[in-house]
Design a binder for this molecule. Structure first.
Ligand code: BES
Ligand code: ZN
Length: 970
């Protein structure tokens, strides 16, 4: 399978570690499942069971308190979702009509300040809480609406600031919209302030969202539990009742009860601790937060250790990890301090909180989450072991930290008004993460890496008819969750980078500083960002930033710019680029610009290699420009700053190929990666012959840099996936070995060289071993043998190649050895490598065993099941197995990860995208016709389009590619 086909799963291990992650919190649809599978009798039994449990919980937590008033609804009603709710019935849980018929809250009442008291009981997996929300009436009203989800309310009441009680006439819950409607006995005039107090009970479940339970094993095998949160986008409401929309910013004050030998952490520092109810518990009271959105609130109760340091601005930075892992926290700490110092300068506004905590969470759906002052991380995204972790896992830690810290300004200080602008939040952080990481490790060449890791990935996904515009209206949680994808992240980052290049770094930064100052502690939308950039420009400029950027955000896809030359005249024409134009258009998105873009075009010629010329194509079909008549070639999109592809006439392609062979360094590494990608993607779309694309790869015999090689291996990998079971695979292997020969002679097994050389070595050795290159296989097997006797004998960057040789060319013994080590490993990144290694076996029995292990809780955490499936389906022999496994277990995944989960879409993509026959297409279609794909709906469409495209590719190109390989690979 091509690397491209796994474009958005960063929990993939091994060499893919540095890839971008797209996840989402998982919300199991337990109730739905019961209805489908067990029938009514089970439902009744469960309802009764839950009712009994609730009573027990209330008793367990009972402490003297004055009831405010009776809630008036029962547990039976709470679990009303056990019965299917019609989409538009608007019936509250007590059977009465629910008057508020909008998934968004009314804005007549605003929250100002929350006081939250929480008492989690980790061993019983429950929590109780009281929240008092100081609210202000914005427009005279006698009702208000707020959010709750999966909480049982035991009491509630409304009091004016003078202490007077306001009688509640109606209190209704509507589960589908996760809303509570409260109608008061009288109108409250504008400006009135009141306190809403709600007492509630909830469960700390094993799902990875809301307030949930997580566990880790100590070095001596003891299992320990912690309680932690993940709220973005809409799960704060499952930890405490709240106005859970990003524009309802408020101050949060928090108190948490904990055991004496545990600690509690929150967005803000501890203010004081006291003994709780004269017992063995303590209650921690924290400092008040600044004005912030609900999705950024976080708290953790754990028994962790920490390391601490300070920024120049005296912000206290700490990294918290399970006690046995604390030695692996130093790199994260250093990186966070350095990046925070730099961002203070870069954003022109100082980090406003007194502390910044980073904490490792053993069970985590996403890679990391930017909670203000308490960023939560998956273990692989924060822990770095200088001896055991590879260069790519070190980079991943730095990148994730840089990303989440960028959000502390962009997202936390200034927040989007509504989730429609999520792309701005995530696209921006995905852009700035490179700036932050580059600052601490210039030698990692992050700016060149951007091209492979974000730009090309976005260009690929966005060339499907089933892509979507960056800006899409979203309403419900399921829709919001669905847009955490590569378009939002990587296309978002790519078009921001394009704008920065176009208006210049200084103006860009000026606009950004203006925006952050103007909207700090508030909300903004993308037009306000564009206006901020506009005001930084010369008032006489003809550039309309909003107009230009909207052509990139409001329509899906992007153009291919075709340059045709006549003497010294070049005509540039724009047209939408589609990889498989025959596929059915996603008709729900109509382009307001008829698929024309405002293109900031740039080019160089062979005569002025270092001079970039710029011109604009403003929503028009073509522009003409002149070059020196004797220029051998013209090359568009200098340094790949533009979010588009460029095609040329055959003569110009040949001249570029000639140049690459003569001296490829006249183009930057990123440009070379882009040329390879453009050529192959243009060939796949039928706009260029595969012969030209393959001819272009011949220069790789001189290529020694990682970024172009990564692009080449990904593009050739696509073709490899198509011809793997054809006789010409042999010639393909020969050709690849020819291209890699110089590197195989140069790269060594002693893990020397710079950062990107380490990446390159891992890729090239891995490929050579796959192709059966004897010397590499022998070296790998030898290293494996040494490792089996002494696991510290190989350096982390060579582990993947070593494991690959051992497992791919070994049998059960090697596999079982790695499996054993997998179970024992306590370094997260090493565990990931071992898992990837297990997927290299040629024995389908072992792959099948791995798949079935993936659902066993004592072997895999539920956050890791998708990686196992993806690893198995990435193995040619495992593709069909993985598809069968997906079908067999779809209901389990649906229950486990929920219809809201991005995990579902990543599973679908990793399993189905590599198929290439009409038969496969029909199978996938048939399967999902009768299943709810949840948030995987778009993934299913995209996977089916890819299968059709693959099948079409075979029919269209197999002969041409086979002929070329027969000639050049024999
Ligand atoms: N805000 C997201 C976390 C998130 C992801 C919340 C999906 C809800 C659903 C966070 O800033 C993020 O983007 N994390 C990335 C890491 C980053 C380096 C791309 C992740 O989780 O993979
Ligand atoms: Zn993010």
């Amino acid at each position: 399978m091509s690397d491209n086909d796994v474009e958005d799963v960063s929990f993939l291990p091994g060499e893919s570690l540095h890839r971008k992650a797209i996840y989402e919190p998982s919300v199991p649809q337990r109730c739905k499942q019961f209805v489908c599978s067990q029938g009514k009798a089970t439902i009744v039994a469960i309802v009764i069971g839950l009712f009994v449990l609730l009573i027990t919980l209330i008793a367990a937590f009972a402490r003297p308190s004055q009831p405010i008033c009776e809630s008036g609804h029962s547990k039976m009603e709470q679990h009303g979702t056990l019965v299917n709710i019609q989409t538009d019935d608007y019936v509250a849980t007590n059977g009465k009509p629910f008057p508020w018929r909008n998934v968004r809250l009314p804005d007549s009442v605003l929250p100002i300040e929350y006081h939250i008291f929480l008492h989690p009981n980790i061993s019983l997996s429950i929590f109780q809480g009281v929240v008092t929300i100081l609210c202000k009436v914005q427009k005279e009203t006698d009702f208000f609406v707020f959010h709750i989800k999966d909480l049982n309310i035991s009491d509630y009441g409304v009091k004016l600031s003078n202490g007077e009680n306001v009688v509640v006439n109606e209190y209704l819950e509507y589960k589908r919209n996760e809303q509570i409607y409260v109608r008061l006995e009288r109108q409250l005039p504008t400006g009135t302030q009141f306190n809403l107090e709600v007492k509630f009970l909830g469960q700390l479940t094993g799902k990875l969202s809301g307030f949930y339970k997580s566990s880790y094993k100590t070095d001596n095998g003891e299992e320990r539990y912690i309680a932690t949160t993940h709220f973005e986008p809409t799960d704060a409401r499952s930890a405490f009742p709240c106005f859970d929309e990003p524009h309802f910013k408020a101050i949060f004050q928090m108190s948490i009860v904990r055991e004496k030998d545990y600690i509690a952490l929150y967005n803000m520092p501890l203010n004081r601790s006291e003994v709780y109810e004269k017992g063995s518990l303590m209650v921690d009271h924290f400092e008040k937060s600044v004005d912030m959105s609900t999705y950024l609130v976080a708290f953790v109760v754990c028994d962790y250790k920490n390391v601490t340091s300070h920024t120049k601005g005296n912000v206290k930075v700490s990294v918290y990890t399970p006690p046995d892992q604390i030695e692996r926290a130093h790199f994260a700490l250093e990186a966070a301090v350095a990046i925070l110092d730099y961002y203070d300068e870069f954003f022109g506004v100082k980090y406003p909180l007194p502390k910044a905590d980073l904490i490792a969470i053993p069970d985590f759906a996403a890679g990391a989450m930017e909670n203000w002052g308490l960023v939560t991380y998956r273990l692989t995204a924060i822990l770095y072991d200088p001896v055991k972790s590879s260069a790519s896992s070190q980079q991943w830690v730095a990148v994730v930290i840089a990303h989440e810290l960028a959000h502390q300004w962009f997202g936390n200080l200034v927040t989007m008004k509504w989730w429609d602008d999520l792309w701005l939040n995530e696209g921006f952080a995905s852009f700035v993460e490179y700036i932050g990481t580059d600052r601490i490790h210039t030698e990692w060449q992050m700016t060149e890496q951007f091209i492979g890791d974000d730009l090309l990935k976005a260009l690929y996904l966005d060339s499907l008819s089933n892509s979507h515009p960056i800006s899409v209206p979203v309403h419900r949680p399921s829709e919001i969750n669905e847009i955490f994808d590569s378009i939002t992240y990587s296309k978002g980052a790519s078009i921001i980078r394009m704008l920065q290049e176009y208006i210049g770094k200084e103006k860009f930064q000026e606009g950004l500083k203006f925006y952050l100052k103007k909207f700090q502690y508030g909300n903004a939308d993308n037009s306000e960002l564009w206006q901020s950039f506009q005001q930084s420009l010369d008032p006489n400029t003809v550039l309309n930033v909003t107009l230009m950027m909207e052509t990139w955000t409001k329509q899906m896809g992007y153009p291919v710019i075709t340059l045709s030359r006549n003497g010294n005249k070049v005509t540039a024409t724009q047209e939408r680029f589609l990889l498989y134009p025959q596929s059915q258009e996603n008709s729900q998105y109509i382009s307001p610009f008829l698929y024309k873009w405002y293109v900031p075009f740039s080019y160089t010629t062979s005569l002025d290699i270092n001079i970039t010329q710029k011109l604009e194509m403003k929503l028009i079909d073509n522009v003409e420009f002149e070059i020196k008549g004797d220029a051998e070639w013209v090359k568009g999109n200098s340094h790949m700053f533009g979010y588009f592809r460029v095609n040329y006439d055959e003569k110009n392609w040949k001249a570029i190929i000639y140049q690459l062979n003569k001296d490829h360094t006249v183009f930057s590494a990123g440009e070379r990666a882009g040329l390879i990608d453009d050529a192959f993607q243009l060939a796949r779309s039928g706009r260029l012959s595969h012969k030209i694309a393959f001819d272009l790869t011949q220069y790789l015999v001189h290529e020694e840099e990682y970024v172009p090689w990564d692009s080449a291996l990904s593009n050739l990998g696509y073709i490899e996936g198509r011809i793997q079971n054809k006789p010409v695979y042999r010639q393909y292997k020969n050709y690849m070995m020819k291209l890699m020969e110089h590197l195989l002679n140069k790269l060594t097994w002693d893990d020397s060289g710079d950062h990107l050389t380490k990446f390159l070595t891992a890729e090239i050795f891995g490929k050579a071993i796959q192709f059966g290159h004897q010397q590499s296989v022998d070296n790998g097997k030898l290293a494996f043998k040494k490792w089996s006797m002494n696991s510290s004998s190989i350096s982390p960057n060579l582990k993947m190649s070593t494991f690959r040789a051992g497992i791919e060319y070994g049998d059960d013994t090697e596999w079982e050895l790695c499996w054993d080590q997998y179970l024992k490993a306590n370094v997260a990144s090493e565990k990931t490598q071992l898992l990837a290694a297990l997927g290299f076996t040629k024995d389908v029995r072992l792959l099948s065993r791995l798949l079935s292990f993936s659902l066993e809780n004592d072997k895999f955490k539920s956050q890791d099941t998708p990686s196992v499936i993806s690893i198995v389906s990435g193995n040619y022999g495992g593709q069909a197995l993985a598809w069968r496994f997906l079908q067999q277990n779809w209901d389990t995944f649906y229950t486990r990860y929920g219809s809201l989960s991005f995990i579902l879409s990543s599973i679908i993509k990793s399993v189905a995208s590599g198929f290439d026959t009409d038969f496969d297409y029909l199978e996938v279609k048939k399967f999902f016709e009768t299943r709810d794909a949840g948030t995987g709906v778009m993934a299913v469409k995209q996977a089916m389009e890819k299968i059709q495209m693959n099948s079409y590719w075979m029919k269209q190109n197999e002969k041409e590619v086979t002929d070329w390989l027969m000639k050049n690979g024999s």
